[in-house]
Design a protein around this ligand. Structure first.
Ligand code: C2O
Ligand code: CU
Length: 564
């Protein structure tokens, strides 16, 4: 009798969680097409003919199956599901060189994973600098039926932001990896939902390449009904630019960051870094007889890229009717204080706080520097610049193939390093060694910014961790003090994120549990910085990783490991 009661009790508590999510299948054809997203014609990497690619819309616990065909003639591909932790499926993280071999021309590859948390996420190519060729999009994961968000809105909309170069990813990558070094420069345009506007009367353009009357490059329009509240999911996948997003005359209430509910706060403009997502609530509460500008500005770099513009259209005004005003110029590019203030204001919503472990087992301090290594311009962590191995780590480790350095990179840097001056960093090296974390341990990472190789210059670096969300314990100015600064950590209501900014000359501290068996990249989300070595790789619980699918193999030392 007692056991029957217990059985019934167990059923009633377990069953609601045992409900399996839906299966959502997609067939994606990846290929190059000529397109003119900012009126300038160039090759764009598309999914089913589109860039940005289709938004994946799912509910918590659904299984996403993407059957990808690589229709490019001469390029490999791999797609990363940014913000999805891939619990139990580390081989479908889509990180070429880390979790899989590249998908070759003509091949079909099937990604299959569960979206286990509600929120706003991204996807993008993760092979060389291919992301900026246009292969990117958004993932929306809704709550299960019957559950409600802790805030109210009438409509759900989304916008993905990128910056756009007219040079191909291959041209840029080649320049970065050459002696002399050729920097990619500032992007030509900002794209809002894949649409931008380059000035076609720029002198020196080859004729026929730029056409300002192209419908493809007419501005993105967001139509709103007066007095309704919109949840706007905003994601950034810029290759370089940090951005400020604003809608003329409208307040933005921040409610979500990287899939976590935020204690709401109101801003005029939202700062967003590559790899981040936010949801803001915006009420259509202004004069409905006109339209308004949405303006996106490059910050943190002295950029000549014009602001990206879209139209915030009040129904029933004509969607293309230009607002009667001059678009907002946005904040000063070098005004760091409001950016730090927004970072610090982003805290977990009461009732949705995941309390962090109060102590950690290990601290890794990562000094971010620019270096010259053997004549090449590189970015480094503790003077070690990351290089990809030929055999992806997950395969190398699981199948006991060597293929990468067994020397772990340093967990800190020289105490007397001056972060405020140009250093010659003559001891910098390259390595593909990785950090091996004890399974289930709690790891603190302190990202320390420094001066670049130019005087009085320190940049913003958005660092992204694969396979986890981390707690953001704090931000500070100057050099991190290991004795004093940890006492100021927020251990009460830190937000959890997967991407976080390290501000100029500052540090950012984060904590995560090494509880997801696999091999995970952690890197600056600026495409050129990661390409130049600004990243590390963590291994945790490799012995707990299940049997690898043969589809991820076929390269490096795993070349002959492909099972039929
Ligand atoms: Cu969205 Cu490894 O990146
Ligand atoms: Cu960076």
């Amino acid at each position: 009798m007692k056991s029957l009661l217990l059985f019934l009790l167990l059923c009633s508590t377990i069953l609601p969680f045992a409900v399996e999510g839906a299966i959502r299948r997609y067939k994606w054809e990846v290929k190059y097409e000529y397109k003119s997203p900012d009126c300038f014609k160039k090759l764009v990497l598309t999914i089913n003919g589109r860039s940005p690619g289709p938004t994946i819309k799912a509910q918590q616990n659904d299984t996403i199956i993407i059957e990808l065909t690589n229709h490019m003639l001469t390029e490999n591909v791999a797609i990363h599901w940014h913000g999805i932790r891939q619990i139990g499926t580390p081989w479908f993280d889509g990180t070429e060189g880390v979790t899989q071999c590249p998908i070759q021309p003509g091949e079909i590859f099937v990604y299959r994973f569960v979206v286990d948390r509600p929120g706003t996420y991204l996807y993008h190519a993760h092979y060389g600098m291919q992301r900026e060729a246009g292969l990117y999009g958004m993932i929306h994961v809704g709550l299960p039926d019957g559950e409600l968000e802790p805030y109210y809105y009438d409509y759900d909309r989304s916008i993905v932001l990128t910056d756009w170069y007219h040079k191909s990813a291959a041209q840029q990558a080649t320049g970065l990896a050459s002696i002399p070094f050729v920097w990619v420069g500032e992007p030509q345009s900002i794209l809002i939902q894949g649409r931008g506007r380059f000035n076609c009367s720029t002198p020196g353009l080859e004729s026929g390449l730029c056409n300002a009357t192209q419908p493809e490059c007419s501005p993105h329009v967001l139509t709103v009904v007066p007095n309704k509240t919109y949840r706007l999911r905003i994601g950034s996948l810029t290759s370089l630019a940090a951005l400020s997003f604003e809608i003329e005359g409208h307040n933005l209430t921040v409610v979500e960051a990287d899939g976590h509910n935020v204690e709401p706060f109101v801003v005029k403009n939202l700062f967003i870094y590559s790899g981040e997502t936010y949801s803001v609530l915006v009420k259509a509460d202004q004069d409905p007889k006109r339209n308004y500008w949405t303006s996106v500005k490059v910050v943190s770099r002295d950029s000549n890229t014009p602001n990206g513009l879209a139209i915030f259209n009040y129904y029933p005004n004509h969607p293309r009717r230009a607002p009667p005003t001059i678009p907002p110029v946005g904040p000063g590019w070098n005004d760091v204080a409001p950016r730090v203030a927004q970072s610090q204001a982003t805290l977990a919503l009461k009732g949705y706080i995941h309390p962090p472990p109060q102590t950690s087992d290990r601290v890794i301090v990562m000094l971010n520097t620019q270096n010259n290594v053997n004549g090449f311009r590189r970015w480094s962590v503790n003077n070690v610049s990351f290089t990809h191995p030929y055999t992806p780590y997950l395969i190398a480790l699981k199948e006991n193939l060597l293929g990468f350095s067994q020397v772990e990179p340093p967990s800190g840097y020289k105490a007397d390093y001056d972060i405020f001056v140009v250093q010659n960093n003559t001891n910098a090296t390259t390595s593909n060694g990785i950090h091996r974390l004890e399974f289930n341990s709690t790891v603190d990472i302190v990202l320390q910014n420094a001066n670049t190789m130019n005087v009085n210059n320190s940049e913003t670096h958005p660092w992204h961790l694969h396979g986890h969300d981390f707690w953001v314990l704090g931000y500070g100015a100057g050099k991190f003090d290991v004795n004093i600064d940890p006492k100021k950590y927020n251990l009460v209501n830190p937000i959890m994120k997967n991407t976080v900014a390290v501000h100029p000359y500052g540090w950012t501290a984060l904590r995560f549990r090494a509880d997801n068996p696999g091999v995970w990249a952690f890197h600056c989300h600026i495409e050129s910085h990661f390409f130049m070595g600004m990243g590390v790789v963590f291994e945790e619980g490799i012995e707990k990783v299940g049997k690898l699918p043969s589809s991820i193999m076929g390269c490096g030392a795993a070349k002959f490991n492909r099972r039929p």
